[in-house]
Write a protein that binds this ligand. Structure first.
Ligand SMILES: NC(=O)c1ccc[n+]([C@@H]2O[C@H](COP(=O)([O-])OP(=O)(O)OC[C@H]3O[C@@H](n4cnc5c(N)ncnc54)[C@H](OP(=O)(O)O)[C@@H]3O)[C@@H](O)[C@H]2O)c1
Length: 338
């Protein structure tokens, strides 16, 4: 049987994405074949498309960091799942596809009352936000946090989960997304027309407990300066490397070096880098535990992920164009099977 998937043919802009047809393979022992209902489209996919994401397969390959689907076929030695069961997984690659074989230990069941599209959006953005809040920064109620890019996929998840944790929240964003940031409980700051550091100092006294910074580069120093003693800076992205950097790999490396340099400052503030992929490898138990908590919050109506749009898999190029234009608020979804 044939199946369709979208592959990155070579590094470049959105038009390097191409729909191809291949022979469907059988799941190996320990694997499950999933019929994918939907996959998320996120900035990490843009990094893969541009050839600056580490640890990916050789080209051509399908991007697609997170999926929701139903179990189509069980490989040998898999006993925990049943045919037709609905599951999510953080696949890192491979999600832009009608079918995918996935190790069974990567799958997490979706509660019956949870919507599939909302469930897939929980996997990347909310798991990132949850683990940064509760595993890395270990936030406590009433702490004050600053989120850069608060209207984006991870940003909106941080706002929703931060509100549940009882945090005081500030978020930098372009003006167009301020209503969304306010609606989710954050105080918006326009990073394009004002200095966010000055604005924070006007609005608060005593500094910020935790800054979540996916901008990187020199922004990290500006974020760090806002921290109170005992404050934590969590870097998890390199957006500045994609805005006007001639060599993205060098700019990404420079951000990681700066996280290390900040930790050499002799004070009680701390900087760290979070990677969902490394966390999943190092702590597979946390991956399943945290995802289960989030899916239950979703099923209970305590979180309501913001869905930017749902497009058919065949419109993957358009989805990447939207991301490149910064025209996405929340999570953008590709529908892989109706
Ligand atoms: N380390 C990890 O495990 C992990 C996991 C998930 C995501 N990420 C990374 O996290 C970042 C965000 O991902 P996402 O999916 O949330 O992307 P997204 O949906 O595109 O959100 C990013 C947001 O940041 C805003 N922004 C851009 N430059 C900014 C600046 N200088 N100051 C404040 N806001 C700015 C963008 O809006 P405008 O451009 O319109 O202002 C956009 O709303 C990406 O770099 C991604 O690779 C890392």
């Amino acid at each position: 049987m044939k199946y369709k998937h979208v592959v990155i043919t070579h590094p470049g802009g959105p038009d390097v994405l191409k729909m191809v047809e291949d022979e469907l393979r059988e799941p190996k022992a320990g694997e499950v074949r999933v019929k994918i209902l939907a996959t998320g489209v996120a900035f990490t996919d843009v990094m893969m498309r541009e050839g600056v994401y580490p640890g990916v397969p050789e080209l051509p390959y399908s991007p697609g960091y997170n999926i929701v689907g139903t179990i189509d076929k069980l490989g040998q030695e898999v006993s925990d799942f049943t045919l037709g069961q609905r599951v999510v997984a953080l696949t890192i690659v491979g999600g832009y596809s009608e079918f995918l074989c996935i190790p069974a230990h990567d799958l997490v069941p979706v509660p019956e009352s949870a919507d599939s599209i909302l469930a897939v959006s929980v996997v990347l953005h909310y798991l990132t936000a949850y683990q940064m809040l509760h595993r890395v920064a270990r936030v406590e109620a009433e702490e004050r946090i600053l989120i850069h890019g608060a209207g984006g996929g991870v940003g909106t998840a941080l706002l929703e989960l931060g509100k549940l944790a009882g945090l005081e929240m500030y978020g930098t964003e372009a003006q167009a997304k301020h209503a969304l940031v306010s609606q989710l409980g954050g105080i918006p700051i326009d990073y394009q027309s004002e200095d966010f550091g000055d604005r924070i100092r006007q609005l608060t006294t005593g500094g910020i407990d935790v800054v979540f910074d996916a901008i990187g580069g020199l922004n990290l120093w500006r974020s760090y300066r806002l921290l109170c003693q005992g404050g934590r800076l969590v870097n998890y992205g390199f957006l500045s490397a994609f805005k006007g950097s001639s060599n993205k790999m060098v700019a990404i490396g420079a951000t990681l070096v700066q996280v290390g340099l900040l930790n050499l400052i002799p004070d009680t503030r701390k900087a760290s880098f979070y990677s969902i992929a490394s966390y999943k490898t190092k702590h597979p138990d946390w991956y399943r535990e945290d995802l289960t908590i989030l899916l239950n919050l979703l099923a209970g109506g305590q979180i309501k992920p913001v869905i930017a749009d749902c497009l058919p898999l065949a419109e993957a190029i358009h989805a990447h164009e939207l991301l490149d234009q910064g025209a996405v608020s929340g999570t953008l979804i590709l529908i892989c099977n109706q």
